[in-house]
Design a protein around this ligand. Structure first.
Ligand code: CP
Length: 317
């Protein structure tokens, strides 16, 4: 069966997940993003690639980084950008997601950027829009956050130059994390030497071994000699029942401190998708320290989202 993100020519027409995307497609997105990075240094930070196109940002869940960088990215591509305010939209009156999409499509939308609390919502939309309309997943439930994974890959490649010799540890609430899932697919496809996950047993999902991931429940063992550490937020809003004794206890065992960071290689990168809970999964001395590339991730997110939008918009219908 054809990957639903690809059109009949094998081109990326929607971005729903990093799962199933080839190394060539991932590299093409990263290479395209690299061409957009220097734009930030120019007086006029715009290129005309999406002139005349309409990008609709539909964020049914809160966001600071993703929503804003998608808006900046679309603006830099010269698109017209419309941010639907979900709280005052007719979704609050009971309009279905697909009716909302049908009405916005009637306003000649070209690209929908969708964040939704339900896993699968962007895919559902992608199945119902016409072939010349493109859907980009900005995070759906626990399922996927592909542009976060791509900007993480961009950041790793920028600082480490190549993926092949790297050991990458993903630490924290993997059970509820769409970022972890998307990163694991991207890292394995791009050929890193080893992907590790470090978490308490209650926050480890099943199926990680089948994804080629080694699991650890101890930071000293899991962080030993790693090149990259991706910290995850404790997603209390998605937890049902008591999965942890307390955030204090969690920080003691799994919070990234300078002491625990010393288990990794001396030049290990510290990453976090944000938003961070300081003092819960990471201490400020590390989050703001010399090995942290957390704000670089945010900046690279603009170029990566420009790349994704320009690539899907260029796919033949
Ligand atoms: N990383 C991320 O998705 O952040 P936001 O929720 O602020 O978009």
């Amino acid at each position: 069966m054809r990957n639903p993100q690809l059109n009949k020519h094998g081109e990326l027409t929607h971005l729903i997940s990093t799962e199933g995307l080839s190394r060539d497609i991932l590299q093409h997105i990263l290479d395209t993003a690299q061409t957009f990075v220097p734009l930030a240094e120019r007086d006029v930070k715009k290129v005309p690639l999406l002139r005349g196109k309409s990008v609709f940002n539909l964020f049914f869940e809160n966001s600071t980084r993703t929503r804003t960088t998608f808006e900046i990215a679309a603006t830099r591509l010269s698109a017209d950008v419309f941010n639907l305010n979900i709280n005052v939209s007719s979704a609050a009156k009971g309009e279905t997601l697909l009716d909302t999409i049908a009405n916005l499509s009637a306003m000649q939308a070209d690209i929908f950027v969708v964040r939704h609390e339900s896993s699968g919502a962007p895919y559902l939309i992608a199945r119902h829009v016409s072939p010349d309309v493109h859907v980009i997943n900005a995070g759906d439930g626990r399922h996927a956050h592909p542009t976060q994974a791509l900007l993480d890959m961009y950041t790793i490649r920028h600082f480490k130059k190549s993926f092949s010799n790297l050991t990458v540890a993903i630490v924290g609430d993997v059970l509820h994390s769409r970022v972890a899932r998307s990163n694991i697919h991207a890292l394995t496809t791009l050929g890193v030497a080893e992907v590790r996950v470090i978490a308490p047993l209650t926050l480890l999902p099943s199926g990680l071994a089948e994804m080629g991931v080694k699991t650890y429940t101890d930071m000293a063992q899991g962080l030993k000699d790693v090149d990259v550490i991706i910290m995850l937020r404790l997603q209390n809003e998605r937890m049902r029942g008591a999965l942890l004794p307390s955030s204090h206890e969690y920080f003691k065992h799994f919070g990234l401190t300078q002491e625990k960071l010393a288990y990794a290689k001396p030049d290990a990168l510290v990453m976090h998708p944000g938003p961070m809970n300081r003092g819960v999964e990471i201490e400020s001395a590390v989050a703001d320290g010399p090995q942290s590339v957390i704000l670089n991730q945010v900046t690279f997110g603009i170029a990566v989202r420009m790349a994704v939008m320009s690539i899907v918009a260029g796919a033949s219908s």
